[in-house]
Design a protein around this ligand. Structure first.
Ligand SMILES: Nc1ncnc2c1ncn2[C@@H]1O[C@H](COP(=O)(O)OP(=O)(O)OP(=O)(O)O)[C@@H](O)[C@H]1O
Ligand SMILES: [Mg+2]
Length: 273
């Protein structure tokens, strides 16, 4: 399945969630492909791969080569990667020109999905409501939304959830599910507690029970080119991502018994738009 990790807000923990969730799933013996769809290439370097011009989904989208030619190994066993690089920044324009401007990413990833080599394909989205993110949402089975435990995060959340709803309503991706909302960078402050409580109140079970704590260890991890989960598995942040992976897998298992269709998540109480 394809899981897009998305939030148009910058710096909320998308990339940290992608690389650590990937490593945690790999530790559960799942085979994972990370697709770095952000020209910043943070997931690429976070997984120990140096961005290289020409090696990204850009090449597949521009039909320069087969998508499989862009898949590389990473510092983590069972985690593979389609890296990002600067060219990806220009792909927005190219995608916008295509007749099916939302379907490009879905089309190029189809052979990878069909090959069934990977249990999970995690797509790291850039922090904007641009065409790359829309393409990721159009290609995905589900979206995981990381959000920071801070005051304005709620407003950002309603924006991305509306976009998901629009993908469904317009038929761009009628089956798109919200896999879950992951609260990140939690610190023991009254404000953070209030935000967590408010988000749980509005979105109920869509919010993962696990809350990822704030820690300087998470901030320094990218410079090592290996996710925290892989090199410091006993740290609180790594532990939180292991539990998040378990919650994710449990949800997948519960869904397997259904047709995969679930109701769109609506706020439980009051509108927050
Ligand atoms: N739990 C955490 N505790 C402390 N720092 C964190 C935590 N998670 C992420 N960070 C740091 O916060 C910054 C933003 O995180 P990250 O890059 O994962 O966010 P992002 O949403 O992908 O950002 P962007 O929108 O720029 O792509 C990074 O420097 C990262 O190392
Ligand atoms: Mg990022």
């Amino acid at each position: 399945m394809i899981l897009a990790i998305a939030n148009q807000k910058g710096g909320v923990g998308k990339t940290t969630t992608v690389v650590n969730l990937a490593a945690a799933l790999a530790a559960r013996r799942k085979t994972v492909l990370v697709v770095d769809l952000d020209p910043q290439a943070n997931a690429t370097s976070g997984l120990g791969v140096e961005p290289k011009e020409g090696v990204s989904l850009y090449g597949a989208l521009m039909r320069i080569a087969d998508v499989n030619d862009f898949i590389v190994g990473t510092a983590v066993d069972r985690v593979n990667l389609i890296p990002s690089e600067v060219n990806l920044a220009g792909v927005e324009i190219e995608l916008a020109r295509m007749d099916d401007h939302l379907g490009g990413v879905r089309k190029v990833l189809k052979p990878v999905v069909d090959s069934k080599v990977f249990d999970y394909i995690l797509v790291d989205c850039p922090p904007s409501l641009g065409i790359l993110m829309s393409n990721a949402l159009a290609a995905a089975d589900a979206v995981l939304v990381p959000m920071q435990c801070e005051y304005y995060a709620m407003e950002g959340l309603s924006v991305i959830l509306k976009l998901v709803e629009r993908m469904r309503a317009t038929g761009a991706n009628p089956g798109l599910r919200v896999e879950g909302i992951a609260m990140t960078m939690y610190s023991h402050t009254r404000l953070a507690d209030e935000v967590v409580a408010q988000v749980r109140d509005h979105y109920g079970d869509a919010v993962y029970k696990t809350v990822v704590p704030r820690s300087v260890r998470a901030g320094e991890a990218p410079s090592y080119g290996i996710p925290l989960v892989a090199y410091a598995p006993s740290t609180p942040v790594a532990q939180a991502y292991f539990i998040l992976a378990n919650e994710f897998l449990a949800r997948q298992k519960a869904l397997a018994g259904t047709d995969g269709k679930v109701d769109s998540i609506a706020p439980k109480s009051g509108a927050i738009a």
